[in-house]
Structure formats: C-alpha cells, structure tokens
Design a protein around this ligand. Sequence first.
Ligand code: MN
Length: 347
Amino acid sequence: MRHSFQLLFHDFVDSNSSFVVFLHHNADMDAFASAVGFQSYVNAMGKSAFIFADSLNENVQNAMKNLPEVKIQQDETMLAEILSKNESIGVILLDVGDYSQLGFLEPYLQSTHHECLIIDHHNESWKEDSHGLNVSHILDPASTSTSEIISTLLISSNYEIPPNIATLLLAGIISDSQRFLRASSQTFAVVQELLVAGGDYGHAMLLCKKEISYSEKIARLRSIQRAKIEAINNIVLATSFVSSFESSAARALLVAGADIAFVAAIKEDEIRGSARVRNGLVELFDMQRILEKLGNEFQGRGGGHSGAAGINIPHSGTKQEKRELMWLLIKRFREIVQELATSNNLS
Ligand SMILES: [Mn+2]
C-alpha cells in the first residue's frame, strides 16, 4: 500500500474528535467488517464512531447477533444532530462505490461541511465525482476488499487488532475476494497478520456462508432454463432474465458453464441487469466498462468490477414498454461482446 495512504489515514484520524461512518445500502460483510474495524481502532484512541447504513444484508444481520456491542444506526434525526455539531467530525465512507449506493445517506454527504475520507476498492470514479466536497480518497482497486485496505492501515498503525475484529475482517476479505479467487500476495500477507492477531478462520468462513432462499434458488434455475446461449469462437455467452436475484442468477450461469453471463430483471420503476465474466477473460471483456457504456446508452447507471458489474435503468413505463427495453438491453449487451470479440480477433 502506498505510504501516502497511511499518512492520509492518520491525518484524518488525528484531526477529528469523532467519526460518522457511511456504508452502502444493503451493507455486506466487507462494508460491515471495515466499519467495525475502524470503530475499534478509534475507540482504542478514546474517540467515538457512529456507523450508519441504509440497510444490512442477511450475513451481516446474522453476524450482529453475536456482537451485541456493535450498533448500526439508521436514525436520520440522530445523524442530522451529529453532523450539525460544531466540533471536528470526520465523515468516512467505507466500501461505497458511488453516490447511488448511499440510500438515505446521500443528501447528508452532499451537504456536509465536515472533512470526508472515502476508502474503497471498487474503482477510482470518486476522484471525478466528489468535486466540491472537502474530501480525500484512499482508493485501491488492487485490493480485494475494503476490509483488506482497513486491515493494512490498522496493521501499519501497530494497532493490536482484537481477535473478534480480526475474525470479522477475515470474513470481509473472504467474501469479497470470493474465497480468494481474486487475491494478491498482499491479501495473503494481511490474512496472515489477522490470523496471528487471533482471527478464527473457520468462524470467518461460517460468517460468509449464505443460505439461499427458495425464491433465489428458483430464480437461478429459471435463468438457466431461459438462457439464450451462443458461442463466439470458443467463448460461451449466456443471456437471460428473471424477476429478481439477477446477480445470483448471472453467477449461476457462470457456475453452470458460461464464460460470460448477463441477466436482466424488470423491477417496479427500473430495469436492472447483472453481468459476469469468468477469470481469464476479464482483460478482454471488462464488465464494468461494458455496463458503464450501456448505462450511458440507456440513460441509466452501470458499474462495478471488471469481473462482475451491474446496471440500473430508471423506467416508469408500462410492463410492455419495460419488457421491450429489457430485450433491447440484452441485445446491446450481446452486440458489444461480439464487437469486442471481433476487435480482438476472436470471431
Ligand atoms: Mn467491498
């Protein structure tokens, strides 16, 4: 990790007396573990941190059952009150890819006069996006997770990470790296430190385990059943649609054998889509770039990682209009993949 990141982090922690942590909506294990890790660090320095998130995913809700001391706040009045104080409060965004992921927290970030720090591993789009705010960034797309970045920062501060926090940070790394499918030597160095600190690997694995609901199972199977499959040279592209769990369905297509998958879903007031590409093809078919492009073409927003990305297109039309737009979207996705294949001499 860059030395400048460590300096920035310590500056931020030193110059503020308390902190407000913002997480993305439906906060996942990575976001949650990063926040709890950060909180434990500043608590040890006699400072306080309040963690806010619009909502929490199921794994986090389960993990919290054994952490009665950890509180995630959703109370807007409380947030407004904290932010209106005149003392130096640091606002820190952990694992938030862009504004749209903040839910009810977004206007608070836009209007705050406090110092902000954004720590994230998704991409570097914040650099263009956060003009006008008193904000600094620790953006490291080379890290598997925000938990990996936070762990590195805490370890470099010589902070003795408590064993239960080390376990959480391990869980954050394990879940966001897809069980080390994406990992670097730095990832394993951090994992080693967390284990030495007393982190429980087996327990961390359990924290990441997800029970699949009945409706998610059906969505996965339906997406496979309805998939349109085509081969471009030897690359298998599968596109499909479901009514929910589109990202899980896209993953299922990949597990079932597709090299590239795109699954769309029609929602109440938007069309959503989720794209995946298997390791090894990420360089040629960057899902983040493809969905960003589609986001621009369809007046929506697309982004994520190069291996896994999502798109939302706001739409308030009739069911039929939405369906037609969904087909168009799927068609454009296939065209772009074909074009990329052609330009790379694959077809
Ligand atoms: Mn993450």
